[in-house]
Design a protein around this ligand. Sequence first.
Ligand code: HEC
Length: 147
Amino acid sequence: MRTGHTISLGRAAILLVCAAVVAACHQAPPRPQPQAEPAEEIRAGPILNQVDTVSEQDVLTEGRKVYHGPGLCYACHGGRLQGGPVAPPLAGNTRDPKDTSFAYVLQVVRAGSPHTPMVASQGGISPGEMVQVANYVWAVSNGRSVP
Ligand code: HEC
């Protein structure tokens, strides 16, 4: 259930992330983007394409904490994103590439998957935590980070 309030918080989180990306770009030229994705979401995701910056590591570290902590993701998707009795794997090379895109992962984390145990905002995490955990899942499922 979205209210105008949570949407604007979400937007604010994305804008903050965008600002961080822009700031990082001024320090070092960005690497080529490995994949093209829709406009707004992509700017939040590819923080992890700007490899080796402090902000990237921070996002990944925070996202890992959310996954294995307040987001409760580990309880259903497993401690290594391998899946479990109630939930599909979030990593592994048998997955459809579209299911590992940053935009898709963030969308599912935000809105959930209707009529399944995958509810929106698992664990009541904040919009910022959703972006962090989506970065973490995206990075692991695309072989850019270990679980
Ligand atoms: C209560 C169990 C449960 C928890 C907790 C949970 N999920 Fe899920 N998740 C599911 C189920 C079940 C599905 C499959 C939904 C469907 O069939 O559409 C799913 C689907 C997904 C998908 C889509 C996978 C695909 O291949 O389509 C993503 C991404 C995802 N979850 C991420 C997360 C993240 C990140 C968290 C933590 C913030 C989380 N989930 C917490 C049960 C859970």
